[in-house]
Structures are given as structure tokens and as C-alpha cells.
Design a protein around this ligand. Structure first.
Ligand code: SIN
Length: 192
């Protein structure tokens, strides 16, 4: 599958007949909500884990030196905490462009903190897209992130902003916090 998912996302029928839907954000959509939303609430989805396994050619890296950004990998029993946004379906014109590097809109079920549940869409980059980089140790991922920069800024800032946003949400995420720990050591070494 091509890394550019705009036309695939446009062809599916998830939005037919709807004015508003919930969107679940677990990566930059948590800390960079540069789109219009009607409300937002922390939420959890089940059986997915956040992983820095997706390549970024257009935001936090370049085609020659792709960064590593978050996607979700299936994992039975895993809980992924993030932010749910109620958005107008028109907003997907912008979001499909922003998330075009490999992310497909899939359907999931949200659980809010009050126990209520709702259907939502979530952008996931699966191993079938050309920009997918796949698993690596947290230490190797940190070294990779440390050397990447793209049009939206450094790859390190993506990781640090996400880690801070997850702490604000009281989210437990050993993968992200372990990459952050390695990255802080690398950043200290470089600036010393
Ligand atoms: C998301 O945040 O939900 C998708 C991945 C990203 O844009 O970082």
C-alpha cells in the first residue's frame, strides 16, 4: 500500500450521513489539536498499544531520513489512553491530509472516564504501508529519533511533547517513557 492514504480514506464510507463523529487521538493529535472540535474528553481504547513504529517522511523526518512517530499495534488486553474529540465530519478534509503518510481511518470503541462508551474513528498506520518501520528496542528508537528533523520540527520534540501530554492525562505508557529516558540522556550528552 502506498504511504499516501488520502484517497483510500476518502473512499471509505464511515462518514456517510453523519455530521459529527468522535475521533480518538493517541499521538500528535493529543498535543497538537490544531483543528476545530466541539468537545474533547480523555478516553481509552482496548487491545491496541502505542508504538513508535511508523516512519515520518513529511512531519518529523524527510524521505531520505524518516523520523519515527506513533502508531497503534494490536495487543490483546492492552489499554491505550488518549484524547477523544467530537468533530464535524468536514474536519476530515484537513485531518486526512495531515495524517496522509500511511494512516488509515479505522473504527474503534472508546471508553470514557465516567464509564460511558462510544464509537470513534482512529488513524492507524499498519505494517502494510510503505512508510512503516516496525519494532526496535526503545534505546534504538531513541537514537533514531535523536537524529531526525522534518518540516514540523525535531522528532525529539514530538516524543517529548507526547510524553508530557501523557503525564497530564495520567496515562501509563512504559514504551514512550522508556524512549524519553534514553532520549534525555542523548540530549544531555549532545549539549554537554
Ligand atoms: C494520532 O495522534 O492519533 C495519530 C498519530 C499522529 O498523528 O501522531
Amino acid at each position: 500500500m502506498s504511504a499516501n492514504t488520502i484517497s483510500i480514506n476518502k473512499q471509505n464510507h464511515q462518514l456517510d450521513g453523519k455530521d459529527h463523529v468522535w475521533l480518538f487521538g493517541y499521538g500528535s493529535l493529543i498535543f497538537k489539536a490544531d483543528f476545530h472540535y466541539l468537545q474533547r474528553q480523555p478516553a481509552i481504547i482496548s487491545d491496541w498499544q502505542r508504538r513508535f513504529w511508523q516512519g515520518s517522511h513529511d512531519h518529523r523526518g524527510t524521505p531520505d531520513n524518516p523520523g519515527r512517530v506513533a502508531t497503534l499495534a494490536p495487543e490483546s488486553g492492552a489499554l491505550c489512553r488518549g484524547m477523544a474529540y467530537m468533530i464535524s465530519t468536514d474536519t476530515f478534509d484537513y485531518l486526512d491530509f495531515r495524517e496522509k503518510n500511511g494512516y488509515l481511518r479505522l473504527t474503534t470503541t472508546l471508553a470514557f472516564d465516567d464509564g460511558n462508551r462510544a464509537e470513534a474513528l482512529v488513524y492507524i498506520a499498519t505494517e502494510k504501508n510503505e512508510a512503516y518501520l516496525g519494532p526496535a528496542s526503545e534505546s534504538d528508537i531513541a537514537q533514531h529519533i535523536h537524529r531526525c528533523v522534518g518540516p514540523r520540527g525535531t522528532n525529539s520534540n514530538y516524543l517529548f511533547e507526547l510524553a508530557n501530554a501523557l503525564r497530564d492525562l495520567d496515562a501509563v505508557d512504559d514504551h514512550v517513557f522508556e524512549i524519553e529516558r534514553h532520549l534525555l540522556i542523548l540530549s544531555d550528552t549532545t549539549s554537554a
